[in-house]
Structure formats: structure tokens, C-alpha cells
Design a protein. Structure first.
Length: 179
């Protein structure tokens, strides 16, 4: 598993909700209700900021367009019903791939990369792996930290495995069913 930095805002709100769940009384119920609304608003904000012109296009096409502009060859693998995901999760895939591939182009010194998208009935996993120099971290990248926040708002986790000398793998795992 990759290193984890401070929890993002979505994760913090969920932790507060868990703490409040043990309290009785009208005030605690009101606070939890307001907190639930805040989490929903945050999810819509973080996941819903998707360029309108891109919204109706298949996510596989969008990712391949990003890949076409890369200075290194990038393989794209898709498994499962990725195109059937709701628009906010398709937007998350788009932003995830955009950020990770931009980092690969700018910082990795890579000669190749792979994007992997896999959707099952209960989980979405998206990863970008490159054969570059490594050394990437959540703590050292505002872009990756912002991406981690987006993933956490969706109820998921972002991991970065990037030992010195490489390779680098950034993975988002998002549950598709919430309990």
C-alpha cells in the first residue's frame, strides 16, 4: 500500500458523522442531517465539475484522447461496465487520468505508461502506471492531494506506490455500493 497523507474533507466529514452517530438527542440528529447534506453537496461539487462538452461522450474515448496527446506510448485497458457508470464517476475517471498522465509527462521521465479501468458490481478501480523515475508522493504533490480528495469524497481511497527508481502506480479504489 502507498503512503497516506492527512485525510481529505470528505473523509473528515464521515469521521465526524461516525462520532455523532453515538450521541442521542435532537441536536445530534439535526447536526447529522446537516452533515449529510454537506457531504452530498461536497460530492456533487467534487465529482460534478465535468466539462459539459465531455459529459455525453464515452469515458474510454475521452481517456484515449488524453493518451493521444502524450509524449510516450500509453496502453489503455478497460474491463467491466466502465461506460455504464454514472456521470460523476465517469468524470472522476477523466480527472484521475488527466492528472496522473500530466504528472507522467511532466515529472516521470517515463518511456511508457498504462491506464487500467475496471468496474465490477461493487468496485471501481482505476490506475495509471508508468516506468519512470519514481519518487512521487501525496505529500509532495498538490495535484495528487487534490485527486485524493476527489476520490475520498466518492468514498474511495487513493494510493501512490512510487519507490525511487520507479515504477510509479497511482490507484483509486471506489466502492460502487455504500452502506
Amino acid at each position: 500500500p502507498g503512503a497516506r497523507a492527512e485525510p481529505g474533507p470528505g473523509e473528515l466529514l464521515r469521521q465526524v458523522d461516525e462520532l455523532l452517530a453515538g450521541l442521542d438527542g435532537e441536536a445530534a440528529r439535526d447536526i447529522r442531517s446537516q452533515l449529510g447534506s454537506a457531504v452530498t453537496d461536497l460530492e456533487q461539487l467534487a465529482l460534478g465539475l465535468f466539462p459539459a462538452a465531455l459529459g455525453g461522450r464515452p469515458v474510454g474515448v475521452l481517456v484515449r484522447e488524453i493518451v493521444a496527446g502524450m509524449p510516450v506510448p500509453v496502453r489503455v485497458d478497460m474491463a467491466g461496465p466502465v461506460e455504464d457508470l454514472p456521470p460523476p464517476l465517469r468524470a472522476l475517471i477523466y480527472f484521475f487520468c488527466s492528472e496522473c498522465l500530466a504528472n507522467t509527462a511532466k515529472h516521470a521521465g517515463a518511456s511508457a505508461a498504462t491506464v487500467r479501468m475496471d468496474a465490477t458490481a461493487d468496485r471501481l478501480t482505476v490506475s495509471v502506471t508508468d516506468d519512470g523515475r519514481g519518487g512521487a508522493s501525496l505529500a509532495g504533490s498538490r495535484g495528487l492531494r487534490g485527486l485524493a480528495d476527489r476520490v475520498e469524497v466518492a468514498g474511495g481511497r487513493l494510493s501512490v506506490v512510487s519507490p525511487p527508481g520507479g515504477p510509479t502506480r497511482v490507484t483509486a479504489e471506489i466502492p460502487l455500493t455504500r452502506g
